[in-house]
Design a protein around this ligand. Structure first.
Ligand code: ADP
Length: 430
């Protein structure tokens, strides 16, 4: 209430008192006149209060007519109501437009609360995930998308990578789900239909796997004959001997390449490792060290420190491929006299395998691309070592199967450390 109204009210009260005094003067009953006057004033104020109450209860009605300060109060409240209504209308229009535009999206959008219960979703999400508006609102999303990978993905802290799954409604549909946290720990999930991309990817994988498979038999025949010829090298003209040797070397390289391609195709075909038994990594590393020593022909010092109590759930053959690729790379890319350290240990963050060499090292710009197929830092250098360019791609896939991650630290000229980190859930203590 502003200053003016205070003055007006004061004046009116004084006027009322004056009128009461006048009445008292006329009747000689001052006290009664005062009581009468004040009771009248009180009655009038209570009446206005009741009108206000009645109006607020029936907010649709127009405000009651009022005089004086009450009239002003009614008007102010009325304007406030109108302003709020307009603001609400504007907000609702914005919400409607957002909902309409997301409803029109081809990609699914799902909003989940902190616990992962469904709050809202658009039409596309309903179709792709088979969500029904009436039954499913408020339900935990993990009850509706029941794939084991999804539960794992939902519960992990890091959702940087999207997850690909078959749709719960139709096995032929392939969905890509991407979770994002927003606000107060609520989740926003985007759902994309990637069936076509998946089919193309599948065709590419099948093609590579088939070609590799088909090439294997002719190559086996060729290398078989080459070996026989090599065994009878004395019968061969000396000028053909070197050619024969080179043919055999390249044949072996092609065989390695095909084996690696087939292994990669097998790894890509499934989400999980072939089996999931606790693997005695210390023994595995011991045998890999033996092979590495043979490869190095005593040109390097190779040490092994492995905690025998730490085992890893997974597939021994896959882990052997991955770990031996790392150890053999350390041998291949370290000059004579180099030192190679293999360590296997566990801590609160899980289990770790580190292969450290004092070799050539890798420039930082190459590191993010090393696990790509056929990516080589220096093609001529790799060709000399007989590498296929698939080793680290295999390592990456085996680690994905075992929920692990590869960390590469390297200083050119000083050496590299390749570390595989496995989460605690994969570790078994003996
Ligand atoms: P390759 O069969 O050529 O060794 P990889 O996928 O195993 O293929 O490795 C990719 C590239 O990464 C290699 O060509 C090499 O340049 C580099 N690299 C891998 N390991 C090491 C290492 N320990 N030291 C230096 N460079 C390495």
């Amino acid at each position: 209430m502003n200053q003016d109204w205070r003055g007006i009210l004061l004046r009116r009260l004084l006027l009322l008192l004056g009128a009461c005094l006048l009445l008292g003067l006329v009747t000689g009953q001052y006290a009664w006149a005062l009581v009468l006057g004040l009771a009248g004033y009180l009655y009038w104020n209570l009446r206005q209060l009741l009108r206000l109450h009645h109006w607020l209860k029936n907010a649709d009605e127009l405000p009651p007519e009022g005089s004086g300060v009450w009239g002003e109060v009614f008007d102010q409240i009325y304007h406030l109501q109108k302003r709020n209504q307009r603001a609400r209308g504007r907000l609702q229009a914005v919400i409607d437009r957002v909902q309409e535009s997301t409803a029109a999206l081809k990609d699914g959008v799902v909003m989940l609360d902190r616990q992962g219960n469904l709050e809202w979703w658009n039409r596309a999400a309903g179709q792709l995930l088979g969500l029904k508006r009436k039954q499913d609102g408020g339900q935990p999303i993990t009850n509706l998308v029941r794939h084991p990978r999804f539960k794992e993905y939902f519960e992990q802290d890091n959702h940087r990578e999207p997850l690909e799954l078959p749709s719960p409604v139709d096995d032929h549909l392939r969905l890509q789900l991407q979770l994002t946290l927003y606000g107060n720990g609520e989740h926003l999930m985007l759902v994309r239909d990637v069936t076509r991309l998946h089919q193309l990817e599948q065709m590419r994988k099948d093609f590579v796997a088939n070609v590799s498979h088909e090439l294997r038999t002719p190559l086996t025949v060729l290398t078989g004959y080459l070996e026989t010829l090599q065994d009878n090298v004395d019968d061969i003209q000396p000028r053909w001997r070197r050619a024969l040797q080179q043919m055999q070397q390249q044949g072996a390289r092609m065989q390695n390449l095909l084996n690696d391609l087939l292994l990669l195709a097998r790894l890509e075909a499934t989400d999980y490792p072939a089996d999931s038994k606790p693997v005695a990594v210390d023994l595995l590393l011991l045998s890999i060290r033996g092979d590495a020593q043979a490869l190095s022909a005593d040109r390097h010092r190779i040490s092994l420190e492995a905690d025998a109590t730490v085992r890893l759930k997974g597939s021994e053959s896959e882990l052997r491929s991955a770990f031996s690729n790392l150890v053999f790379n350390a041998v291949k890319y370290s000059p004579e006299g180099g030192e190679i350290r293999i360590r296997w240990w566990a801590d609160a963050e899980g289990a770790h395998l580190a292969v450290q060499d004092s070799g050539l090292g890798i420039e930082a710009r190459h590191i993010p691309r090393l696990t790509e197929r056929f990516y080589r830092v220096d093609a001529s250098r790799s060709a000399n070592t007989g590498g296929t360019g698939l080793g680290l791609a295999i390592v990456k896939h085996v680690l994905i199967h075992h929920r692990g991650q590869l960390q590469i630290d390297s200083t050119p000229g000083k050496g590299s450390t390749f570390t595989c980190h496995f989460p605690p859930a994969q570790v078994v203590r003996r």
